[in-house]
Design a protein around this ligand. Structure first.
Ligand SMILES: *[C@@H]1O[C@H](CO)[C@@H](O)[C@H](O)[C@H]1NC(C)=O
Ligand SMILES: *[C@@H]1O[C@H](CO)[C@@H](O)[C@H](O)[C@H]1NC(C)=O
Length: 562
């Protein structure tokens, strides 16, 4: 690459060279040692590289077992998963035994032993609200209109095909659209509220609740109650399913799939080919069905939203260097570029994607994607998701918060096109008027919720629930937070304030270079303030009276106890 000379770049170049040399050595080793290759070459090198995996120790999760420098496990697994997609995923010419050997190494977290010995036990039980049980098959729904349940779809497991190839086959026989929510015992209350909002919005899409066995019979009944009671034409009962995915995980690694990582299981093992994955504390303000009409989904088969562009929490120098090194060995950047910025611009076609990559690799920003609502077509993007999973469990897993960034970074490292909804994330809530001497409008919003708006400023969805503060942190906040102790006379007042419904008056997208997201530390750390000054900085969407009334209804339903 024609990047200008710098000692750091030289180091990177040397590291890349060492890596490539390493790969050649490995390959040489393979050719010498492997007398009877497990996978006979079909003239395709990538199958041979994958066969070579058999001799390697399982490096999962990468944090614990990978021997190389930080990040080299990422480069390896991105390449291996690419090879897997090209040569194995849908290749019907391999032997079952060969496929098993490859998949055991690439996806050690799967319970492939059970799949082999007791297929039926491997497949997650799918239980309908009325108790009907499917196992080894998936539910099928009408593809439009009322999305009526049509019965089970099944396909015989083809041992000549990879597990993921089989899963994609089965998905293609199921249904395209539906809502997926990952729910554990801690999310029952939020999930109940979300279901009520969906009913109010006349949702007709089927809903799958994915869990890991941590949802008791009683808790499931609560959700069924929320979804089915008091059915009427204007408050329709929901097509609710429960999916226990405990058995798809290798018992040796199951514990590593904690909290955030359950979302991967939810989106991957949902029976919908193009699921909308929502967090239990996400609240849509337009019908979820409408997200399938978004241009980004229609063009690329995915819909991602931006997160708060927080500039106060950055990658450190070492993390940034590691990421650059990974990027330089995996991303195809513009090779005639003058510098890294330029290389990204030339190499990545989509403007929003290029800006996002630049804010990460050049400015070191850590927060890019908000994964409280994600839409993705698995028939196109399954291996990207599998790459995200491997990133989540890699040596760089701690670089970002939870699951969210791994969704898009997988696309980036695999050189696959991706984009985001063009509107930046916003701060939503009560509009505080701050005095401005020059007579210009000057507003502040301080809030726990992050919101996502349409190009016209109307609300699409909010993450973080619709109470002022979802955490029970009034005691500690009153004791230690200056803003809170100056606003209230005692703990009890703070508690009432925290538990009160939000007031949705407007949304501010701050200009991060002039007046960034300001972290306030209240509500157990989730709260931010943002400023808008007309003509100077920020972007304000002041909701109209009809908008406020419509949003108010959703807030009321979400906060009601019944
Ligand atoms: C799997 O491969 C074997 C051997 O090539 C072949 O006989 C068999 O019919 C294949 N099975 C399926 C389901 O395609
Ligand atoms: C989920 O599946 C596991 C494994 O089969 C089982 O032990 C557990 O009881 C199940 N939990 C629920 C709530 O269905």
């Amino acid at each position: 690459m024609a990047l200008p000379y710098s000692p750091r770049r030289r180091k990177q170049a040397i590291a890349s060279a060492v890596l490539i040399l390493g790969l050649f050595c490995l390959l040489g080793h393979y050719l010498l040692v492997q007398q009877t290759p497990l996978i006979s070459a079909h003239g395709s090198l990538c199958v041979e590289t994958l066969a070579n995996l058999e001799q390697q120790a399982v490096s999962w999760p990468g944090i614990a077992t990978h021997a190389g420098p930080i990040g080299s496990d990422v480069i390896d697994s991105v390449k291996l998963l690419d090879d897997f997609e090209r040569c194995v995923l849908r290749n019907g010419n391999l032997k079952g035994q060969q496929i098993n050997a490859i998949e055991a190494k690439l996806f050690p977290y799967l319970n492939l032993e059970t799949l082999e010995t007791n297929e039926k036990n491997f497949w997650p039980p799918r239980i309908r609200w009325n108790g009907d049980l499917l196992r080894g098959s998936v539910p099928r729904f009408a593809s439009t209109g009322d999305y009526k349940y049509l019965g089970a779809a099944k396909s015989k497991y083809n041992k000549n095909l990879s597990f993921w190839g089989n899963w994609l086959d089965l998905l293609s026989k199921s249904s395209s659209k539906g809502i997926v929510i990952s729910v554990g015992a801690g999310q029952i209350s939020d999930a109940t509220k979300l279901i009520k909002v969906l009913r109010y919005q006349m949702n007709a899409l089927p809903i799958e609740i994915i869990h890991r066995g941590d949802l008791s019979e009683d808790q499931q009944q609560l959700l069924i109650q929320a979804a089915r009671s008091a059915h009427s034409a204007s408050y329709p009962a929901q097509e609710l399913w429960f999916v226990n995915v405990s058995n798809v995980l290798n018992p040796r690694h199951a514990e590593q799939f904690a909290t955030y990582s359950n979302k991967w299981l939810a989106i991957i093992f949902s029976s919908f080919e193009s699921p909308i994955l929502v967090d239990a504390d996400t609240i849509p303000f337009i019908s979820l069905e409408k997200y399938y009409d978004f241009q980004q989904y229609k063009e690329m088969g995915l819909l991602f939203f931006k997160d708060r562009a927080i500039t106060s929490d950055l990658l450190n120098k070492e993390q940034l260097n590691t990421l650059k090194q990974i990027a330089l060995s995996t991303i195809k950047l513009g090779s005639a570029a003058a510098d890294l910025n330029n290389a990204i611009e030339l190499g990545i076609k989509d403007n929003i994607a290029a800006e996002t990559v630049m804010s990460m690799l050049v400015e070191g920003q850590k927060h890019h994607m908000e994964s409280g609502l994600v839409l993705l077509d698995k028939s196109l993007h399954l291996v990207n998701l599998l790459t995200s999973v491997s990133l989540q469990f890699s040596s760089i897993s701690s670089y970002f918060h939870g699951d969210k960034e791994w969704f898009w970074i997988a696309y980036l490292l695999r050189n696959r096109p991706f984009t985001f909804h063009p509107k930046q994330a916003s701060n939503v809530g009560k509009l505080g008027r701050v005095q401005s001497e020059d007579g210009k409008e000057f507003y502040q919003i301080c809030s726990v919720q992050v919101s996502h708006t349409e190009l016209d400023g109307s609300l699409l969805w909010i993450n973080g629930g619709l109470k002022t503060c979802k955490k029970n942190s009034w005691t500690s906040d009153y004791a230690s937070n200056k803003r809170i102790s100056s606003m209230f006379n005692n703990e009890e007042e703070v508690r009432n304030y925290y538990q009160s419904p939000v007031s949705l008056e407007g949304a501010i997208i701050p200009s991060v270079d002039k007046a960034p997201w300001i972290y306030t530390g209240e509500c157990a750390m989730f709260s931010y303030c943002t400023l808008y000054k007309e003509g100077e900085y920020g972007e304000l969407s002041k909701f109209s009276e009809p908008q406020r009334e419509a949003y108010e209804e959703v807030v009321k339903i979400w906060n009601s106890d019944s």
